[in-house]
Design a protein around this ligand. Structure first.
Ligand code: MTE
Length: 312
């Protein structure tokens, strides 16, 4: 039996969640105003704002959602530091307006999309997905976004487009973590074309019905729920359609540890640790890791005939 000490109880657990979140938002607003004033700029009015016209979708995992405070304070975003709380503490320096996403490469219709145009590209949906980090923790997150394939179709890929590459902003002034060479910046990720076209693959612009907080990859990020979290590149500025398999930031850094596919697979261990179990944030006992993170029925056919030990 687990006995909890009083000082383990977080304010969020003793204050009704709505009141707690209102208070939190008020205090964040004050913080943002102060930061804006200190930098001489305008605070980012978007962060935390309610997104209008979000449709419910059929992709709603029936599991308890990870609390907002964990989703937004326990992050991996090395551009703002390698600690779990660093992104929430440091990401206020990211300016998400104006913001453009360049679509280029093997496409009939290349273009530079303003983020506010992208937000209207397709109806926004809420999707509750299970997310699994390669480090062994998992969350259940209500994302808001639209399927990547809506953008892919508009770009009209040529017959040579076999992969899609995603590139994060590279600007050490806004992303202080880029001053340290923990990775060869910018952060790059990639998907095979059929993975990019899969209906589960999302371009997310929000979570919990609100505009994405900077630490979660504002203003637009990828979400690929059957792959380890590092495939889901944050704060994207470029989407390139290419013939050759992209060289991702993690493959460059440690090719023996991070493969291109990175599908969640309890039978393929990371060279330094087992992937058989995972810790759902907020839970005490570990759970079994699910093949393709539980999305077998939807995605297994993408990999039929492939040796997943080799193509890890
Ligand atoms: N994208 C960029 N640009 N930089 C990063 O460091 N970390 C990845 C991924 N996307 C990362 C990134 C990893 S390891 C994970 S687990 C997820 O983002 C975490 O997303 P979250 O913080 O929103 O849960």
């Amino acid at each position: 039996m687990l006995i909890r000490q009083n000082d383990d109880i977080l304010p969020s657990e003793i204050t009704p969640p709505e009141i707690y979140r209102e208070r939190r938002r008020f205090m964040q607003g004050m913080g943002a105003l102060a930061a804006g004033a200190a930098l001489g700029g305008t605070p980012d009015a978007q962060a935390g704002a309610r997104l209008a016209g979000v449709r419910a979708s059929a992709y709603r995992l029936d599991e308890e959602k990870t609390p907002y405070k964990d989703v937004t304070r326990y992050n991996n975003f090395y551009e703002f530091g390698t600690g779990k709380s660093d992104p929430a503490e440091n990401a206020a320096s990211l300016k998400t307006r104006p913001w453009t996403v360049t679509v280029e490469g093997e496409v009939g219709k290349p273009g530079v999309y303003d983020i506010d145009t992208l937000l209207k590209l397709a109806p926004l949906e809420e999707r509750v997905y299970r997310m699994r980090c390669v480090e062994g923790w998992s969350m259940v997150i209500p994302w808001v976004g639209f399927p990547l394939r809506e953008l892919v179709r508009r770009a009209a890929p040529t017959g040579n487009a076999r992969y899609v590459e995603f590139v994060t902003l590279h600007d050490a002034k806004q992303m202080p973590g880029q001053r340290a060479r923990v990775l060869d910046w910018p952060y790059v990720e990639g998907l095979r074309m059929d993975e990019a076209m899969h209906p589960l693959t999302l371009l997310a612009v929000g979570l919990y019905g609100e505009v994405l907080p900077n630490q979660n990859g504002a203003p637009i990020r990828l979400v690929v729920p059957w792959k380890y979290g590092f495939k889901s590149a944050k704060s994207i500025v470029k989407i390139r359609f290419v013939e050759k398999q992209p060289l991702t930031a993690w493959m460059k850094a440690a090719p023996q540890e991070y493969g291109f596919y990175s599908n969640v697979n309890p039978q393929v261990d990371h060279p330094r640790w087992s992937q058989a179990k995972e810790r759902r944030i907020g839970e005490f006992f570990k759970r079994d890791t699910l093949m393709f993170n539980g999305y077998v029925a939807q995605v297994a056919q993408l990999y039929s005939g492939m040796d997943l030990q080799k193509f890890f």
